[in-house]
Design a protein around this ligand. Structure first.
Ligand code: GUN
Length: 282
C-alpha cells in the first residue's frame, strides 16, 4: 500500500480561511495576548508565527515580552490583569518557562475561559469527563485532520505513543471521547512494536527520530507524526516516523514538516474565537 498524504499545511490554510470569515461576522475583533519570557530561539519563532497568523485571520494579537530574570510574582500579576481586561479573550504563556518559575502555578493563574492553550486543570478536567472545553491545540488539530479526511474513529484501535500533558494525554482523551479504543504507550512500555503494530490509528509524540519503522505499523494503518526534531547536519526537520518506509505500508500518513505543526497554530486561532464567543454569549 502507498499512503495518502495528510496535508496539514493545506488544511491549516483552509481552516484559517474559514476563521477569517467567522471573525468578519463578529461584532469586535477577538484579542489574543501571548506572554513570552526570556529569549529561547524556538519560542521566539513560535510566537512570531502565532502573531503572523492571528493577524492574517483578523484576530488582534499582543505579545508581552519579559526578561528571563522576571519574578514569578510579576508574571502572576500580569496574568491577573489580563484576566480582568474585557478586551482580552485569550491568554497564552509560551512554554517552556525558566526553572525559577512554577509552570503549574502560572498556567493555572490564567482564567479558564481565556486559557486558549487548554492547559489549565479546569479545562483538562472538562476534557477528561467529555464536556466542552478549550482543548490543547495540537491534539485538536489532529482531530480536525481526521474530520477532513473522513477517518472514522468509532471502535478503531488507536495507539498513542507519548503521555505528555500537552499532547499525549489530551490526544488519548479526545480519541476516547470519539469512540476509539485507546492504548497509551510511553517510555517505559515494554515491547512497544507488539502494541503499535496492532493499531488502526497510530499517533507518535515522542521526539525520537526513526522510532517508528515499518515493523511498528500495521498494513493500512493511519499514522500521525507529532514530533519535530531538528537535524542540524542536514538542515532538515524530522519526525518519529521513518516516512520513506512507513508510507509504503500505511493508508494515511502525515509528513514532517507540513503535517501536524501548521494545524497547532490554526487551532489556537480557533480556540481564541471559541473563547470570544463564550465570553460574549448573551
Ligand atoms: N511550547 C511548545 N508548544 C507549546 C504550546 O502549544 N503552547 C505553549 N504555550 N507553549 C508551547
Amino acid at each position: 500500500m502507498t499512503a495518502k498524504l495528510i496535508d496539514g499545511k493545506k488544511l491549516a490554510e483552509k481552516v484559517r480561511q474559514r476563521l477569517k470569515i467567522v471573525v468578519k461576522s463578529l461584532k469586535k475583533k477577538p484579542k489574543l495576548v501571548v506572554v513570552l519570557v526570556g529569549d529561547n530561539p524556538a519560542s521566539q519563532i513560535y510566537v512570531k508565527n502565532k502573531q503572523k497568523y492571528a493577524l492574517e485571520v483578523g484576530i488582534e494579537s499582543d505579545v508581552i515580552r519579559l526578561d528571563k530574570t522576571v519574578e514569578e510574582k510579576k508574571l502572576l500579576k500580569i496574568i491577573k490583569k489580563l484576566n480582568k481586561d474585557k478586551k482580552v479573550n485569550g491568554i497564552l504563556v509560551q512554554l517552556p518557562l525558566l526553572s525559577h518559575i512554577n509552570e503549574f502555578d502560572v498556567i493555572n493563574a490564567i482564567s479558564p475561559q481565556k486559557d486558549v492553550d487548554g492547559f489549565s486543570v479546569y479545562n483538562k478536567g472538562l476534557l477528561s469527563i467529555g464536556k466542552d472545553a478549550l482543548v490543547p491545540c495540537t491534539p485538536l488539530g489532529i482531530m480536525e485532520m481526521f474530520k477532513e479526511y473522513k477517518i472514522n474513529l468509532k471502535g478503531k484501535l488507536a495507539v498513542v505513543v507519548g503521555r505528555s500533558n500537552i499532547v499525549g494525554k489530551p490526544m488519548a482523551q479526545l480519541l476516547l471521547n470519539n469512540d476509539a479504543t485507546v492504548i497509551q504507550c510511553h517510555s517505559k512500555t515494554k515491547n512497544l512494536s507488539d502494541i503499535t503494530s496492532k493499531a488502526d490509528i497510530l499517533i507518535s509524540a515522542v521526539g525520537k527520530k526513526n522510532l517508528i519503522t515499518e515493523k511498528y505499523v500495521k498494513d493500512g494503518a493511519i499514522v500521525i507524526d507529532v514530533a519535530m526534531i531538528r537535524d542540524e547536519k542536514n538542515k532538515k526537520w524530522l519526525g518519529d516516523v521513518n516516512f520513506e518506509k512507513v508510507s509504503k505500508k500505511a493508508s494515511f500518513i502525515t509528513p514532517v514538516p507540513g503535517g501536524v505543526g501548521p494545524m497547532t497554530i490554526a487551532m489556537l486561532l480557533q480556540n481564541t474565537i471559541t473563547a470570544y464567543k463564550e465570553q460574549n454569549k448573551k
